[in-house]
Design a protein. Structure first.
Length: 386
């Protein structure tokens, strides 16, 4: 006999967005997370660059990221080890990328990014070519992020508060009743008072199953690879080194170098595979900027980052879908802003005011609401830009 679960909230999607908001909601509600795969965090969460960068992303993302730092400290205390390890981000520009770096410095005025000399940059990352490097800046508030640790910490919170996670529960139907939603998730039937759509790249298909408008959440592929280099890394490690125009980034990873072309190719939701052409272009760009001399790839993978048209996350519900809420469109920033975004989403789902600490730093719930993506469109079916 198929299982039937009766809960207050069904969260569809077991990535960092779904697990974190479920853990917040489980404080006062019965919650189940429904994940299509056999493990949580498979498609985007588990394939990230594992970084916390307060200067990275559009304005609301940056504010949510900065506001998440105390939450990461609390999570670290819970698991008994640091989930963030300091590693600065070094923005680098050759002559062609100087305008891009100038734009970053203007946008970040008063923020954590500051310009440093080329000689200081070379001291931090000796593999950069002094004859190519023209201008540099640094964000010293950035860190490496323990992805598995963060995901498991939120999952442990969820379970400790009475929530549960259903794996292998691919959603095939969502039906609205008078007072409840019925979700068919693999062999499990979930009857819930409210549904949270945290399905990442599959957020629009999930909305269509519920007969609600699509918000044109666009999945975009990001390729990452590990390469070997003969260069010796400094004892403290290199910075996370990012081209000012975001055409590549790299950092040391054990005895290898982790590199990405920072690609964002629009794709249909699927189990993403790396783009070999993009990887080849990244190798060429990194070798032109550094003395790494990368020639081959030891391992490569890809994940899906999902974007709304304006690049900001989507949090909240639509009047026409009472009890149906969105936590989607986190782009490439889902992990670094997860704690604050979860608290914001939980407040919206409960019908509460935005948490005071988020309001204090300028987080605007209306700027993240799904209704913004339907204005001026018929049925919300505009093609996503950006």
């Amino acid at each position: 006999m198929p299982d039937t679960l009766h809960v207050d909230v069904a969260v569809i999607g077991g990535g960092i967005g779904g697990i974190s908001v479920a853990s917040e909601l489980a404080l006062d509600r019965s919650v189940v997370v429904i994940e299509a795969e056999r493990e949580p965090g498979l498609h985007a969460t588990g394939r990230s660059a594992a970084s916390y960068v307060p200067s990275y992303g559009p304005p609301m993302v940056r504010r949510l990221t900065a506001a998440s730092l105390p939450d990461f400290d609390a999570l670290s205390d819970e698991v008994g080890r640091p989930l963030l390890t300091a590693r600065p981000v070094l923005y680098v520009a050759d002559a062609a990328r100087v305008p891009a770096l100038a734009r970053i410095l203007v946008a970040q005025r008063g923020g954590p990014v500051r310009e440093i000399s080329v000689s200081d940059a070379l001291h931090l990352c000796p593999v950069l070519r002094p004859d190519v490097l023209v201008r540099t800046a640094i964000d010293e508030s950035a860190s490496d992020l323990d992805v598995a640790g963060v995901l498991e910490a939120f999952a442990a919170r969820l379970r400790a508060r009475g929530g549960r996670i259903v794996l292998g529960g691919r959603v095939t139907s969502i039906r609205r009743g008078l007072t409840t939603w019925t979700v068919q998730a693999g062999p499990t039937l979930v009857v819930a008072g409210e549904v949270v759509n945290a399905a990442g790249a599959w957020a629009d298909p999930v909305a269509r199953l519920a007969e609600l408008p699509s918000l044109n959440i666009q999945p975009r592929r990001r390729s990452i690879f590990l390469a070997r280099s003969l260069q010796v890394r400094p004892p403290a490690g290199w910075p996370f080194t990012l081209a000012a125009d975001e055409t590549f980034y790299f950092k040391d990873e054990g005895e290898s170098v982790l590199v990405s072309p920072a690609d964002a190719t629009p794709v249909e939701p699927h189990d993403a595979r790396p783009d070999e052409l993009q990887i080849a272009r990244a190798i060429e760009a990194v070798n032109r900027m550094t003395t790494l001399g990368i020639r081959s790839v030891a391992q490569s993978w890809a994940g899906l980052r999902s974007f709304a048209a304006d690049g900001e996350p989507v949090v909240g519900g639509l009047d026409r879908g009472e009890g149906f809420h969105w936590v989607a469109g986190q782009g490439g920033y889902g992990l670094q802003m997860a704690p604050a975004l979860a608290r914001l989403a939980a407040a919206a789902i409960r019908g509460e005011a935005i948490p005071a600490d988020l309001a204090a730093v300028g987080v605007d719930a209306h700027a993240l609401a799904p209704a913004r993506l339907l204005r001026g469109s018929r049925g919300g079916n505009r093609a996503a830009a950006g």
